[in-house]
Design a protein around this ligand. Structure first.
Ligand code: AMP
Ligand code: ZN
Ligand code: FE
Ligand code: FE
Length: 285
């Protein structure tokens, strides 16, 4: 039988992806993916629509989200997979984080205006379809208005960490983030570890620390990971007894080079990974 593929890291228009949850699931079904996790930043708002679309297109939808936490080496991202419907504490914290986003986004717009860029906060809000608004929406406004020629130029010239309109966002501490997700019963995976700009030896501090708070997996397979990165992550997971996850980090047109299920072309996460996760973390999935 032909191997079926899955994608455990995707973004919809509920945060900074460009496809609606229904559209994303429809595309995943057309690509014959067997399962997709929706992992929007700081919101669960796309999950119900995605689940309904999953039923319609006979595709397994995993309820997820992505949280950013702070570290001495910048942002560290966490994925929560199989988030239950009842998760009051998580919902409350996500709402607080989204409120911080609003204040931060308004400050970014002010900084852009100070630099002579004509942009309003209302334009940013109308660019976003969902409740979790971020720099990619601001970048899209700058692109649409012809201020920059690409989204990536918007980040290099204005919005990136070293750029003049950068405003940091309030983030949870790493152990707080892991506990928050793990406390719902979700499986918590360290997202795209190789995108953290840290010495590789730091993982031997970070991972045992996060594991003590409830980290259960590492996202070894990701669009930005090389084969060597994958091997490094698999070795880390083995060393600390963690499971493996994998996904594209699809954002639709917001990251045009990353495709659903295939990442930049070479990504292939099989059903075997999903079966291994389910065997290891038995839940009423
Ligand atoms: P925010 O959550 O508002 O801080 O924005 C972070 C998001 O911006 C990330 O999830 C990425 O999807 C996107 N992003 C960050 N850096 C870049 C970049 N250089 N080019 C394009 N997108 C980026
Ligand atoms: Zn994103
Ligand atoms: Fe991420
Ligand atoms: Fe992501």
């Amino acid at each position: 039988m032909q191997a079926r593929f899955i994608d455990l890291h995707t973004h919809t228009s509920a945060s900074d992806g460009s496809d609606s949850p229904t559209e994303l699931i429809r595309k995943a079904a057309a690509l014959r993916l067997a399962a997709v996790a929706i992992t929007d930043h700081d919101t669960l708002a796309g999950l119900e629509e995605a689940e309904a679309a999953g039923k319609k297109y006979s595709l397994e939808v995993i309820r997820g989200c992505e949280l950013s936490v702070e570290s001495v080496y910048g942002e560290v991202h966490l994925l929560g997979l199989w988030i239950p419907h009842q998760c009051e504490a998580l919902q409350q914290t996500l709402e607080t984080l989204r409120n911080h986003r609003t204040t931060r986004n308004q400050r970014i717009v002010e900084k852009l205006q100070e630099q002579g860029v004509t942009i309003s906060y209302e334009e940013v809000l109308s660019e976003a379809c969902g409740e979790s608004v971020g720099r990619p929406h601001i970048a899209a406004v700058l692109f649409r208005k012809g201020v920059v020629e690409s989204i990536s130029e918007a980040f290099t010239r204005f919005l990136g960490e070293k750029a003049p309109a950068y405003v940091p966002r309030k983030l949870l501490k790493p152990d707080e983030g892991v506990r928050l997700l793990a406390g719902t019963g979700a499986v918590v995976s360290l997202a795209h570890p190789m995108l953290i700009r840290c010495p590789s030896s730091w993982f031997d501090e970070l991972i045992p620390f996060l594991r003590a708070s409830g980290l259960q997996a590492i996202e070894a397979y990701h669009s930005e990971h090389s084969a060597r990165d994958e091997r490094f992550c698999v070795a880390l997971a083995d060393r600390y007894g963690l499971a493996l996850t994998g996904g594209s980090d699809y954002h639709g047109t917001a990251k045009p080079r990353v495709t659903l299920g295939r990442g930049k072309g070479g990504l292939r996460v099989t059903m075997a990974f999903l079966e291994a996760l389910k065997a290891r973390f038995p839940q009423p999935f």
